[in-house]
Design a protein around this ligand. Sequence first.
Ligand code: AMP
Length: 455
Amino acid sequence: MSKEENPELQAQPERTPEAPVGVPFADFDIPQELLSGLHDSGYERCTLIQEKAIPLGLSGQDVAGEAQTGTGKTAAFLVPIFAHLARKKDRRPGEGPSVLIISPTRELAMQILQDAKDIGRHMDLKMLAVFGGVDYRKQAEALKDGVDLVAATPGRLIDYMKQRIFDPRGVKYLVIDEADRLFDMGFVDDLRWVLRRLPRYQERQSMLFSATLGWKVSEITYEFMNLPTRVSVIPDTKTVAQVTQEMYHCSATEKLNLLLGLLKKEDWSRVMIFTNTKRVVDMLTFKLQAHGLPAEGISGDLTQPKRMKLMEQFKKGDLKILVATNVAARGLHIDDVSHVINFDVPADPEDYVHRIGRTARAGAVGKAITLCCDEYATHLPYVEEYLDAKIPVVFADEDMFLPDNTPAYRRPYRPRRDERGGGGGRGGGGGGGRGRPRPGDKPASRGRSRSRRPR
Ligand code: AMP
């Protein structure tokens, strides 16, 4: 599986919008159609990074921005580029795209495309996301038809460049987004390969954004950019003021019982449950479904289309409970989650903040409940040190631990390659094999049950 097809590596950090309280977009010298697009997309005033980067971009300078997702960095580069495009209208037929945005993940590429389509809705621009794993022919056809803007991940982009489907010679605006993640994901050689084939840096405008501008990223800016001006905003990601945090201490074997009790007691509308491992995602999904709860799980094992379908259902509200690992869930940007439940305390304190940041969005009040068991209790001091606060502890009454008499969860049986197909796998294809258990199955024998009786 390539890097671009692996959902675990595709994990995309959460986009928590920063308060846009800076100068109004109307104060910039930008064309009316762009201003209308911003207005119709709900953008009236700048965020900090926008306030800093847009004037530089409008003046044609190269920009190296230190800004994370959630700061409004996408519009910080799109606005100047669109302003230039609106004025120049210089794409000749047969010329390749004039805007190339390189991003580490397909989800980021899709988000960028969506923002570009929103903001550029009144502009006559053809835009496309180019990424691996799906739609090879479709994306190639669209490129051949001619597009103005491409938001691409490196692997598929290189493929199309090698096939001469993507002509890099027309690129006048280059954006490297989340540069540090491109490095983390091992795309540095790919990035260099692409950059070497673009018009020289004097002949294009380049912008780079990265959560941090460390030396590796800075090296790229020196080599491939035209003396970029550096701008920086370090958001206070630890601010999660409107989230009510609670923590329950319990043993690992009682966590499921407590979770069931919490789901009964709490007044929830949409819940995200986070676990530290894929196995627990599968187990919890199975158990919650067995208890008649509308839950689905997202782990890196799911194919991208399935993952996207579940995300859509959850966003629309057709699915109420989503169980996920950190990595699998980072790509989701979902608002209005009433409850985040940390079934496990995460190992990385930043994950705790990311996880609970999914609730209390857009001024709403949310609740983050953490179950701290013996297995992961050692992570807690690091989380609290990072938060610089203690998570308030709540004690559960006996009746908070609901019994679980459903079938025991057994890990799905995955046939070996030579056993696949032909119905000849273990279990004889007669339905009695050790496939993924279904909630309707008969309960497992007592001796095999892992769930404990409530206290
Ligand atoms: P980003 O950091 O580019 O991923 O943006 C985070 C979120 O903030 C996205 O949902 C944007 O649509 C939104 N956003 C960015 N800038 C503004 C703005 N000036 N006004 C309102 N929403 C914004």
